[in-house]
Design a protein around this ligand. Structure first.
Ligand SMILES: Cc1ncc(COP(=O)(O)O)c(C=O)c1O
Length: 388
């Protein structure tokens, strides 16, 4: 470790405390493994919180990033960025929306949802011809931390000290209440197909279809938040493909850049039309570096056989989880399960070289890189069988 690194760490009290104390210091990654500053290896079932789908230090991605950095990092959206045009076309084709799709780039999940919230209001005001401002979200949803996204995230603890939130962002008490709340005043409803932060709970297919139909009936829009589920995490490029619903707006981030911050909003053409020049923007959004990473990631994840491999290893992973844990739920490479004490479980996992995340005092979430192989699942089993 360099002297500089030692000084930085010793002075880390200059940081805000919004993440609490963090004991581990990761300094290197390779594939599905992370290494701390003492050289200890960890099987990384956090993947940067569902971000590093291609694992750590992917050689192809590193080359693409280095090449782009040596050519052109940033121009702003004053200029047309060729990488945006290419990536937008790929995402629009993959999305399979009811009309041709258009894409706009941002830098994170919360920004994508923030933009989606603005877009659906603007759509009703300027395209659909009647202003509607009410946007619904679901119980236990998580959509991000900026004011709009936070207003669509019903967890009371996240709201504390930040009120008043954005008006007309409403989360009914139950899933059934969401259906009955949908009327001609509703602009849109935002959903996660698998509620990740809540504990990795897939929503029932018939519920999602009923929700989509009801929104359609009243001319309200369906926003599917694929920030965590998208880019192959559930075994298909978009999780909504697995449940037979067609969104009007889709938000993406996390896995899209494999660690380079990239977010995107995909919308069907007539909805995207609500944004005219000046409606919305981002200095960094879709910059050449982000687009180099995004294009590489999408090409890799959509290459023949990649997602079949994810589905195959996912079956082995699910079998192991069901052998040792209760209340196992999830899809593809995102799973949750119950434990007696999540804090103790995560701590003991770290001691044995496994990284997981807690999503409640009794629930663990795992979101390993999509490049996970059966040998890694075996290693995972050898660790958790001592913890379960
Ligand atoms: C479903 C979902 N939406 C939005 C977000 C917010 O994304 P970000 O942290 O990139 O702002 C997250 C983050 O966990 C998420 O899981």
């Amino acid at each position: 470790m360099s002297a500089m690194t030692q000084i930085d760490l010793a002075q880390s009290n200059a940081l805000f405390n919004n993440y609490g104390p963090r004991a581990l210091r990761m300094v290197r990654g390779e594939g599905v493994f992370l290494y701390d500053d003492a050289g200890k290896q960890y099987l990384d079932f956090t993947a940067g919180i569902a971000v590093c789908n291609l694992g750590h230090a992917d050689k192809g991605l590193a080359e693409v990033i280095a090449k782009q950095a040596g050519t052109l990092l940033h121009t702003s959206n004053l200029f047309l960025i060729p990488g945006q045009v290419a990536l937008a076309q790929k995402l629009a084709d993959l999305a399979g929306l009811a009309e041709d799709a258009k894409v706009m780039f941002v830098n994170s999940g919360t920004e994508a949802n923030e933009a989606a919230l603005k877009l659906v209001r603007k759509y009703h005001a300027s395209v659909a011809g009647k202003a509607r401002t009410k946007v619904l979200s679901l119980p236990n949803a998580f959509h991000g931390r900026t004011m709009g996204a936070l207003s669509l995230t019903p967890k009371a603890a996240y709201h504390e000290g930040f009120t008043p939130l954005v008006p007309d962002c409403v989360t009914p008490e139950t899933l059934a209440d969401v259906l009955t709340a949908i009327d001609e005043d509703v602009a849109a409803c935002i959903v996660e197909v698998v509620q990740g932060e809540a504990g990795v709970y897939p929503l029932a297919t018939d519920y999602l279809q009923a929700l989509a139909n009801r929104l359609h009936e009243v001319g309200a829009l369906l926003i599917v938040d694929e920030v965590q589920t998208g880019v192959g995490r559930t075994g298909r490029f978009f999780a909504y493909e697995q449940v037979g619903i067609q969104p009007d707006v889709v938000t993406l981030a996390k896995g899209l850049g494999n660690g380079v911050p990239v977010g995107a909003v995909i919308a069907r053409e007539s909805v995207a039309a609500a944004f005219s020049p000046g409606s919305h923007g981002s200095t960094f959004g879709g910059n050449p570096l982000a687009m180099a990473a995004g294009n590489y990631v999408v090409d890799t994840v959509t290459a023949k056989g990649f997602l079949d491999g994810v589905c195959q290893v996912s079956v082995a992973l699910e079998q192991v989880l069901r052998r040792y844990f209760t209340n196992v739920s999830g899809r593809g490479m995102m799973w949750g399960f119950d434990v007696a004490d999540a804090k103790t479980f995560a701590k003991q996992a770290v001691e044995r070289g496994l990284l997981v995340t807690k999503c409640s005092p009794t629930r663990i979430r795992i979101v390993p890189p999509l490049i996970l192989r059966e040998e890694h699942v075996e290693r995972f089993e050898s660790i958790v069988q001592k913890l379960a």
